[in-house]
Design a protein around this ligand. Sequence first.
Ligand code: FAD
Length: 341
Amino acid sequence: STRRTAIIGAGIAGLACARALDTGGLPVTLFDKARGVGGRMSSRRLPDAVLDLGAQFFSVRDTTFRHAVDSWHKAGAIAPWPVSLWSAETGSWQRHEDDLERLCGTPSMSAVTRHLAEGLTVETETRIEHLEGCAGQWQLVDEHGNRHGPFARVVLAIPSSQAHALLGSHDESLAAACETVIQRPCWAAWALFDAPLPALPDVDSDWQAVRINDPRLRFVVRNQLKPGRQDQGESLSLLANLSWSEARLEDSEETVVEALLDAFQQALPAGISLPEPSALGAHRWRYAQPDVFAGGEAVNLDYRLSASGLALCGDGWRGPRVEDAWLSGHHLGEALVAKSI
Ligand code: FAD
């Protein structure tokens, strides 16, 4: 028999859970299908630029999260960003001012999750496809048919519909809970330019990000103006609205980039033209952000822990932000430690 916990998904929720278990002296192994950790906080590395295509920044409301964030700050993994935030509507730009502190990973968003993963056992490029229960222990089977385990517990730190598929008939109450959480899709386009964007009248020349009021496009950021990325040229991420993304889910990358660049062009002040991009693309997030209203009570539960030894955590159980995902994983990890004493 073993005390080891398996965590499927090394996004911020799975990593927060793993850190809490590790701190509580419990052995843990993380599995992720991707090449690295980070999930929706990972960054795309191109030859000439690093692009954040998922979370762009995060904010802090909860004091437990504040303690963790302070330690990431000390480790040099995050910095304030954006400090020059704007709002645009049909050509009219205004500075967006509020008291909210916004932070991002440096030199890329994935620095946060890389920092959290330090010293933990992480099996990357391992997509878990089945769970097998045997004598109160669990085995994980990956896409190549390799078995991992046994484990006393398995945490599914993945979006609800992916968790639902893995749960199968192993735990009907957790499977039913997954059906109450809907994750909405989001297209994230990117474009590189050989020259900087033209200066905009009455807007700081080093504006960092702009919220756009448009049915297609919601947010544009300049990756080269994120902390630690001075060496790259003009490199935009363009995030689409969720309902627009839903309706365009099966569109081609090309159509999506074109529509989002067109929306950005329309948001620029009159007489300003976007230069021709030197490279472009788009990433489709199928499970980008939870629809917090769909879940009703379920989203207020923070995480789900079952007598079967299976448990669920992630942003969907709490809210649509990095902070929610971290808190969900952290609270589950602490609950598992408390149970094992
Ligand atoms: P994820 O990060 O999705 O982690 C799940 C992990 O599980 C992934 O790494 C995946 O590869 C892995 N996985 C899935 N299935 C399997 C399997 N079968 N086997 C192995 N591994 C598997 N939040 C903010 O606070 N501020 C923002 O500005 C912001 N903007 C966003 C913009 C976009 C475009 C998106 C997509 C999200 C944004 N968010 C933002 C939300 C934030 O990114 C998420 O809430 C948070 O990162 C979710 O973390 P998680 O650990 O719950 O899930």
